[in-house]
Write a protein that binds this ligand. Structure first.
Ligand SMILES: N[C@@H](CCC(=O)N[C@@H](CS)C(=O)NCC(=O)O)C(=O)O
Length: 214
């Protein structure tokens, strides 16, 4: 049985597990209560961030690496096009852009907007993080003008990666998405796998209910 520790970006992992039909359990981690007060979780990830997984003897962090591990270990799956497939380069690029370009930058904007004291929320780094997010978003916009999904005609794990980042930006980062991105999100979030993942992820459900789209 695969155990997923924590929501946040762990939602990507749960969504992938639902799409693949794999058995798992979600072990909540309350970061607001402080990972230092959760010794069982710290034994899994001493760095204290989420998500992490445990799968038998395997313990891993980093949501994109976890998704790649699960698809390689339990695939093949259409969620990960094979390297010789023409859609593979775009798949690989957007799978990683979803975290390295989009979520990693908007995460700090979200922190600045919602948790920074006083005027620190508008500081240089917060503005730079938003500019990085917005510049990377142009690649998503250009791609969606050409195909319904980021790898091409079919839904892949790259869409799980990027949808999570766009949702975070829209709900907590103060970002207004364009029509193409909104239509894309309606497609990806309309999937049964997304809906089942949301049923499992109570904290994500609560967050989405409390943070309406811009
Ligand atoms: N690149 C990592 C980012 C992990 C991350 O920053 N997670 C956030 C929540 S979604 C977190 O745990 N933040 C608290 C911390 O970093 O201490 C991934 O994709 O898993």
């Amino acid at each position: 049985m695969i155990t997923v520790y924590g929501e946040g970006r762990g939602f990507r992992v749960v969504w992938l597990l639902e799409e693949m039909g794999l058995a798992y359990r979600l072990r909540p981690v309350d970061l607001l209560a402080g990972a230092e007060n959760d010794p069982e979780f710290l034994a899994i990830n001493p760095a204290g961030f989420i998500p992490a997984i445990q799968d038998g003897d395997v313990t891993m962090v980093e949501s994109i690496a976890i998704m790649e591990y699960l698809m390689a270990r339990y695939g093949p799956t259409p969620l990960a096009p094979a390297p010789h497939d023409p859609s593979f380069p775009a798949y690989q690029q957007f799978l990683h852009l979803g975290e390295a370009g989009l979520a990693a930058s908007i995460y700090f904007v979200v922190g600045a907007r919602n948790f920074a004291p006083g005027t620190e929320g508008q500081n240089w780094s917060a503005r730079q993080a938003l500019e990085v997010f917005e510049s990377r978003l142009t690649l998503v916009t250009r791609r969606l003008a050409r195909s319904p999904y980021l790898a091409g005609e079919t839904f892949t794990a790259a869409d799980i990666s990027v949808t999570y980042a766009l949702q975070l930006a829209q709900r907590s980062g103060g970002v207004s998405l364009g029509e193409a991105e909104q239509a894309y999100m309606a497609r990806t979030r309309g999937r049964d796998g997304y809906k089942r993942a949301l049923q499992t992820c109570q904290a994500t459900r609560t967050w989405l209910a409390a943070a309406p789209a811009q």
